[in-house]
Structure formats: C-alpha cells, structure tokens
Design a protein around this ligand. Structure first.
Ligand SMILES: Nc1nc2c(ncn2[C@@H]2O[C@H](COP(=O)(O)OP(=O)(O)OP(=O)(O)O)[C@@H](O)[C@H]2O)c(=O)[nH]1
Ligand SMILES: [Mg+2]
Length: 391
C-alpha cells in the first residue's frame, strides 16, 4: 500500500459583502440621513491539526474548499452577515506550502495548532460612514474585498522514530520484516521498495518504536539517479538513522565503503541537519561470510570510514544480532525522550512554579494530571496502531 502523504488543494476564502448606500425614509422624518450598513466579512479558511486524523487521503478527493461570501449591507443600518470560517482538519505533522511560490505557510506540529491559509475579504463600507458636516447625504459605499485564494500543497512526513538508509539490496526491508510485524516486499533486485512504509517494533512489554523502510538510494540521487532523493524527507523527523551496509554485495566489483561514503555525501547535500542527526552503521548479511572474514571486512570499513559512532553487525535474514540492535535503539530513544522532557521543563519554569503555587499538594495524581497522561497514552497507542495499519 502506498502511503498517502501529499495532496494539492485549492482554498478560496469568501469575498467581503458590499456596503450599502441608502437613506432613512420614514413618515414624518424628512431627510432621515444615510442608513446603509456595511457588508459582512467573508469566511476565512483555517487548517487545524487533529490527532484523530492520520492521512491526507480525504484531500485527494475533496480538492476545492470554499468559504462563503459575506452578506451585503442593507438599509435601516443593517450590517451584512459575517460568514463562517471553514476549518480543515489535518493530521498532526502536516506541512502546508503555497504551491506557486513554494513558501511555507504552516507547520502543524502539535494537536490543536491552527493557521489561517486563506483570509476572507473585509466587508465594504455602507454610506453611513461617509456622512460629514458638508455632505449629509453621501451616496458613496465601498465594495467588499476579494477573499484570498490559492493552491496549497499539503505534505505529511512519515512519523517514524527510526529511519533506514542504504543502497538498494542492502537488506532494509528484510530488517523491517525481521524486527516488526510489517511485511514489506523483499527481492534480490535493486529498487524493490518504491514507496516508504512503516513498521512497529516492540522493545518489551509496553514499549515500542516506529521504523521507516524507505527506497534505496544511490550515488547521484540528488541529481535524480535511481529514484532520486526525495524520500529522504521521510527521515527528517526521525530521531535516529540506521545506515545499512551490505558486507557481501552480489556485485563483486561493488565497494560497500565507497557506497557508504557516497550516501553520507548525498545526505549532506539534501540537508545538513539530516546529516548531523544520530546515525549508526549496521553491517548486514553477516551469514554470507565466515566470522573471520566478516571481522576483517568490518574492521577495514570502520577504519576507512573513520567511524567512531555506534555500529552493529547483523543478519536480517536470520535475525542474528537484531534483538541487540532493537534494545540499543530503545535505550537511545529513551535518552532522547528524557533530554527532550528536561529541555521542555527548563523552558517553562514559570508556568510550573505558578501551578505549583496554586495546587501545592495536587502533584501529578490529580484528575487533570491523570487525564493528560491518559490522553498522551491514548495518542501514542493510536499512533502505533495507525502505523501498523499503514505497514
Ligand atoms: N543472506 C542474506 N541475504 C539477505 C539478508 N538481508 C537481505 N538479504 C537479501 O538481499 C536481497 C535484498 O533485500 P531487501 O530487503 O529487499 O533489500 P532493500 O535494501 O530493501 O532493497 P531495496 O528495496 O531495493 O532498496 C534479498 O534477496 C534478501 O533476501 C541477510 O541478512 N542475509
Ligand atoms: Mg526494500
């Protein structure tokens, strides 16, 4: 199943209603003066992040979203009705860009984040506003402003904790099959995987992470070689990249170390932040060479790559060393989460001090504390369940 993660939609905000030029006409009130009301404002279009939505699939079918025009003003001081705003619910993590200019409009990173993506036009002015001491019967009015309209691109990055990087046939999909219940296609020809997919990896009871299998990358991907490098965007929000290196490539001419260097260069070309992200080397297909030969090849590779970061040796096909890898990933993710929590806590000491002062004995066992924890747990469970559906 192809993971739907992109959609283009047209958003058309409502025009403002027109102002009115009219005069008060009542029995026994001659020259009642201007009484034309203003037009109402047109509806705007907002994008709101909603954790209950997981894909952009709805936006592939419903492509045009319009808000209504504001009501026109009328006589007897009546103002036009303001139109309702249109709310488009999108998955958390959606990035919205103007399709024509490429400028980012919004990044819906958190549940509830709300951004205006097309502004409704302001209503026109009625002739009430134009009266003055010298012009007591003005006939001017203004028309409502046009609502904004544009084509936007919605992009949802795969929410994975760990992403795989490697040449075609390195064994990425085989590793995903070995450690998760997901079953991406595995075959002995390059570019078997054509679209990213997710798998959920259970570390132990109650702890899991999401791994992203992405298509293979080759040297020159940034210039379009192979499938190009656009799939690298799926690695941008991961917390760890596993760089798979085939220690026994089918092609005897291939040099896995040069290939690994080339991929690191491609990563850097795509995004230096991505290049700086924690990345571990995983030597795969250990079963194809004897232990001594494997040891020599790995040592040689580590030396030539001047590798000082963590590395692992596995056989995805026989699940050798994969549990060890999974445990290490679990520890890494726990450390990252703890660091993030500490950073968040340091960011808002004021708010916490205030709430502590308000409720000195309530702690985190309060109903609201429990509710937040429960909501968090529910969100996480849903995220994992969705990932397995996608996988
Ligand atoms: N002997 C052995 N073969 C493996 C191992 N891992 C993968 N393979 C084989 O290598 C081939 C490619 O594996 P895939 O998992 O499809 O590789 P991939 O990296 O996902 O490849 P692309 O999707 O084309 O990028 C398949 O024939 C696998 O059976 C391993 O640990 N040992
Ligand atoms: Mg694959």
């Amino acid at each position: 199943m192809k993971f739907v993660d992109e959609a283009f939609i047209d958003v058309v905000a409502g025009d403002g209603g027109n102002g009115m030029a009219s005069f008060r006409r009542e029995k026994c009130i001659p020259r009642g003066g201007p009484d034309g009301g203003d037009g109402g404002r047109g509806g705007s279009i907002y994008a709101v992040a909603d954790e209950n939505i997981n894909t952009l699939i709805d936006y592939r079918f419903a492509r045009i979203h319009r808000a209504e025009k504001g009501g026109n003003g009328s006589g007897a001081d009546c103002y036009g009705r303001g139109s309702e705003d249109v709310i488009l619910k999108m998955p958390v993590g959606t990035i919205i860009t103007d399709a024509e200019t490429g400028i980012q409009i919004a990044d819906l990173a958190k549940h509830g984040a709300r951004e205006m993506i097309a502004k409704g036009g302001a209503g026109g002015l009625g002739n009430l506003h134009f009266k003055s001491s010298t012009n007591r019967a003005p006939r001017q009015k203004t028309m409502g402003e046009e609502g904004e309209s544009r084509r936007v691109q919605l992009e949802l990055k795969v929410l994975a904790d760990v992403g795989l990087l490697g040449y075609p046939n390195a064994g990425k999909s085989t590793l995903v099959r070995a450690v998760s219940a997901a079953k991406p296609k595995v075959a002995d020809y390059p570019f078997t995987t054509l679209a990213p997919s997710l798998g959920v990896v259970r570390i132990d009871h109650g702890r899991a992470f999401v791994i992203a299998d992405i298509p293979g990358l080759i040297e020159g991907a940034s210039e379009g070689a192979g499938l190009g490098h656009q799939f690298l965007r799926h690695l941008q929000r991961t917390k760890l990249i596993l760089h798979l290196v085939d220690i026994a490539p089918y092609d005897p001419e291939a040099d896995p170390v040069l290939e690994a260097k080339a991929l690191a260069a491609e990563l850097k070309k795509y995004d230096t932040q991505l290049f700086k992200k924690p990345r571990w080397l995983v030597f795969n297909k250990l079963d194809l060479v004897d232990a001594k030969e494997a040891d020599t090849r790995i040592k040689d590779a580590l030396k030539r790559l001047r590798w000082t970061k963590p590395w692992f040796a596995i056989s995805g096909m026989h699940s050798t060393g994969t549990q060890n890898l999974v445990r290490a990933i679990g520890e890494h993710l726990a450390t990252v989460a703890a660091e993030l929590a500490a950073k968040e806590a340091a960011k808002k000491p004021k708010v916490e001090a205030q709430s502590a002062a308000l409720a000195p004995v309530m702690g985190n066992n309060t109903p609201s504390g429990q509710a937040t924890e429960q909501a968090q747990a529910r969100r996480e469970a849903r995220r994992i369940a969705d990932a397995s559906v996608l996988a």
